[in-house]
Ligand binder design. Sequence first.
Ligand code: UTP
Length: 297
Amino acid sequence: MSKYKVTKAVIPVAGLGTRFLPATKAMPKEMLPLIDKPVIQYVVEEAVEAGLQDILMITGRNKNALENHFDRVAELEMNLELKGDKDRLAKVMASSELANIHYVRQGDPRGLGHAVLRGKAHIADHSFALLLGDDVMDSRDVLLSKMLAVHEATGENVVALMEVSPDQIHLYGCAVTEGEVEDGVVRITGLVEKPKNDEAPSNLAVVGRYVLRPKIFEILEETAPGRGGEIQLTDALMTAAQHPERAGGVLGVVFKGRRYDTGDKLDFIKATLRLGVDREDIGQELRTWLHEFNNEI
Ligand code: UTP
């Protein structure tokens, strides 16, 4: 087995989700449903699809709803079984049989870097995938398996990049790149967290998928709180990019598929519609209605 073979995924879900208040007052934003599945289930399914069965969730307050979703609900299962409702029973069982899910609390939400650090004991000295719990990549487009293959072949840290319009780059970590190392893979030499639009070094934004070497924990431990008083993963990745001898360099896989930032209200609505129009059960009716609605507005 390659030294850089990945079997574990970390999914942080401990953010406060302030952009979605008051919906997220008593429930993590990752439990909001896209049609009929909570956002987090799409993310776990993506990890499993890429071969990662061992999942560690970094949870915050209101973690119960998350844990319950991936657990058995005997009463509900029995009720559906008695009714002979096999389809719904299968859907209810699917999430509890999906993966081996472990949980650790973040305590205070002191930033993504701090959340990732909470995974140190579980991950130990293996490379791991990091999937942000509110970022959904359309399952019809390939990303994570390509990132894992690049990591396995090179041993370098890998982040997902997407081209965004120049007026959006201030919302993201922005990559300084140095040309393609292979088709769709670039070397990252620097990163800037949420730059001003007119100061951004590129239009390549870091989006919520990473494959990281365990050395990143050591770097995170040394990383002082940055922007907003939070420990920023971007700052640690910047150190890795500038000191490849310490933690391996950083490569970017440029993703051209469909991504939904479900922590953002508008993107959440777009995701619901994009996924909805292709659904077998509701797609046709939704398309017809959208055409009618379009004439109304
Ligand atoms: P965001 O910055 O989108 O999350 O973090 P947030 O702070 O919850 O959102 P807003 O801006 O207040 O609406 C990206 C991912 O990192 C997790 C979040 O749960 C999300 O999946 N996160 C963020 C943590 O787990 N802990 C943190 O301290 C911060």
